[in-house]
Design a protein around this ligand. Structure first.
Ligand code: PHE
Length: 462
């Protein structure tokens, strides 16, 4: 399927693979917008003052942009559904880090990684961005890309939002799993709700020395004023080059082993330099799958500032964040990200947790249980002079057609030579995983989308 043009991927000119997506973090574009540029949630809501998420009422304000379709995804708890492929991937990662790897890692005790998987996805702006040193004007903070509950709270856009609080609890090794939310385009591998798993591991001087005896006699931190104090491409300013190199080596060995544990020893892995505000140096890991390199995670050496803000002293460490859907799609051959949310028993019944956790088990390949008719409809309109964000359009489509929409693709865009107005044409593809959609039903949905486009997003329909 052709990746939809839209959102971040389009702005940055490369398809975003939604596992960790450092494009989100690497963008040099900043925003000066301190006020939301999007329209407030266009759907009528039961309470104009509050939005209820997971049983808690939060005050609404101008920033509120959590749509009813996203509200409905909260609390689905896919990671707790027995035999669900996302749960299987999560369990296999835990198995590798807490059971398989300790056998090869002299320093890692069995069950060393604490499992944190029941934290609410409603977090503060401070947790999601500030605590991770994301600049105040960073593009990822825009309401175009992030779901705001209100000015102070968001639906977490990554599990990194919990780094500081878990570090504060004193863990040296922790895995954080949960659902995360990003306003984004619509296609087979993009969905506004998905799941991530974060891993963090810290090392003291003693621990590092056990990996590399050379460290025993030398410090792991540089003193300010020393000639080697200072950031380089390979290390943070306060780290010694040796300590940073040993942490990097452990991080890469751990994740390389994880890829082999998940995909088999034949899998080919490569490392690509990346940028995240919360790690330095940073990398993405890509795996070769059907002849293509796929980004599956982002990682790096945790910014020392984050550790010291969390009250951690005299240690340094690594962190990674991976996208569970992407790994499950590759491992089980699941063709469409919407399937993870399917309540059709023919989906989950194809997978077995017990079998998948058996060492050496081959992953069963997903058998498509239905391929119903798809229907595409185009809609063309002039953009309003007040501004238009593609993500607002995607959100509107989702809020009306929900999981009946498979793909939204911009197929044409031009500026009128005389009036200077911009016209866009989007193709919306409808397909259900449960039944054939009738012409009438699709027409009704499409007309509703067009009506709301005009009413809420102020476009001029053509
Ligand atoms: N939080 C990053 C993302 O979602 C991934 C990441 C986690 C990168 C931890 C580095 C360290 O894009």
């Amino acid at each position: 399927m052709v990746a939809a043009l839209g959102g971040l991927a389009r702005r940055l000119g490369r398809a975003c693979l939604r596992s960790a997506c450092s494009r989100r973090w690497a963008s040099t574009t900043t925003t000066t917008a301190t006020k939301p540029s999007h329209p407030a949630n266009p759907s009528p809501s039961p309470s104009p003052d509050h939005i209820t998420l997971l049983g808690t009422a939060y005050p609404r304000d101008r920033w509120t942009n959590v749509s009813p379709s996203i509200q409905a995804k909260l609390g689905r708890g896919l990671l707790t559904v027995p035999n669900h492929p996302l749960r299987i991937i999560k369990l296999r990662i835990e198995q590798y880090l807490n059971e398989t790897r300790p056998g090869t890692d002299p320093l890692l005790a069995p069950r060393a990684f604490a499992i944190v998987d029941s934290l609410s996805p409603v977090v503060t702006v401070q947790q999601n961005f500030d605590s991770l040193l994301v600049p105040a004007d960073h593009v990822s903070r825009q309401p175009r890309d992030t779901y705001y509950v209100n000015q102070n709270q968001v639906l977490r856009c990554h599990t990194s939002a919990h780094q500081v609080q878990t570090l504060r609890e004193g863990h040296d090794a922790v895995l954080i799993a949960g659902d995360v939310f990003r306003r984004d385009e619509i296609d087979a591998s993009h969905y506004p709700a998905f799941h991530q798993m974060e891993g963090i591991r810290l090392f003291s001087h003693d621990t590092l020395a056990k990996y590399n005896p050379e460290i025993a006699g030398s410090p792991i931190f540089e003193q300010a004023g020393s000639p080697t104090y200072g950031e380089t491409a390979a290390k943070q300013k306060s780290h010694t080059a040796l300590a940073a190199a040993v942490v990097e080596r452990d991080l890469k060995a751990t994740l390389d082993g994880l890829a082999r544990h998940l995909f088999g020893s034949e899998i080919q892995v490569r490392w690509v330099d990346a940028y995240f505000p919360f790690t330095h140096p940073s990398w993405e890991m890509e795996v070769l799958f059907h002849g293509k390199w796929l980004e599956v995670l982002g990682c790096g050496v945790v910014q020392q500032q984050i550790l010291s803000n969390a009250g951690v002293e005299n240690k340094l460490g690594w962190a990674f964040g991976l996208g569970l859907e992407r790994l499950a799609m590759v491992l089980f051959g699941i063709p469409d990200i919407r399937l993870f949310w399917s309540t059709d028993s023919r989906f989950v019944s194809q997978f077995s947790e017990a079998a998948a956790l058996n060492p050496g088990a081959n992953a069963v390949k997903f058998q498509e249980f239905s391929r119903f008719l798809s229907r595409s409809k185009d809609t063309t309109f002039w953009l309003p002079s007040s501004g238009f964000e593609d993500n607002d359009f995607f959100e509107l489509v989702r809020s009306i057609a929900s999981d009946l929409v498979e793909n939204v693709q911009m197929i044409d865009s031009f500026v009128h030579p005389k009036t200077g107005r911009t016209s866009k044409c989007f193709r919306v593809t409808y397909r259900s995983y449960e039944r054939d959609l009738s012409h009438e039903e699709v027409n009704l949905l499409h007309n509703e989308i067009r009506n709301r486009l005009a009413a809420d997003l102020k476009v001029e329909l053509r």
